[in-house]
Design a binder for this molecule. Structure first.
Ligand SMILES: [Zn+2]
Length: 181
């Protein structure tokens, strides 16, 4: 019966201690006589123990730890976002009010300096300035409230930046996908 070498199936069942006593005794007898099959069984045993040694249980543990870490990161980001949201909203509203204030200042300065009247005069009666056009241009430039315009523009830029931040915080999907985390 056991004249031939062990089959792979027989080696497996021998290593896994399946099969009855009779089979095992036969395999033992063959192994005692056959160095080739002893070698195969020893090799199989090494492979099996090596497979068992491999951190198979470690991979899922590490994976779950990483998933937990990722979830915690998400939760922390979410909490951070919720905390930031009111602050950004307040800052946005404040910067809008500031822009309105600067815009009003600008309009008042325009009126005070008579810039619009000046423009109207230049466009309606250009012949008045025909002789001394350079002076007229300088006077016009000087009458423009540069600083008020600059303040208004900066305030509006602040509004745009803050509104962008607010949109990022209010719509988490956008910022998350952008971060790629
Ligand atoms: Zn053999």
């Amino acid at each position: 019966m056991m004249d031939n070498h062990l089959t792979a199936l027989e080696v497996d069942s021998y290593l896994e201690k399946r099969g009855d006593e009779h089979d095992r005794a036969q395999v033992d007898a063959h192994l005692a006589a056959c160095a080739l099959c002893r070698g195969r069984v020893a090799r199989e045993r090494r492979v099996e123990s090596a497979l068992r040694e491999m951190p198979r249980a470690g991979a899922p543990r590490d994976l779950s730890a990483r998933i937990t870490a990722a979830v915690e990161l998400r939760v922390a980001a979410e909490q951070d976002r919720r905390k930031r949201l009111p602050l950004i909203a307040v800052a946005t509203i404040f910067s809008v009010l500031l822009s309105v204030w600067f815009a009003l200042e600008m309009v008042l300065a325009f009126q005070e300096n008579g810039v619009l009247d000046f423009f109207a005069l230049v466009t309606n009666q250009p012949e008045i300035f025909a002789g001394y056009s350079t002076d007229a241009v300088f006077a016009l430039v000087e009458s423009v409230p540069i600083s008020e315009i600059a303040m208004t523009v900066f305030a509006l830029l602040t509004v745009v930046v803050l509104a962008q931040q607010w949109a990022d915080a209010a719509l988490p999907n956008r910022s998350v996908s952008r971060n790629g985390r």
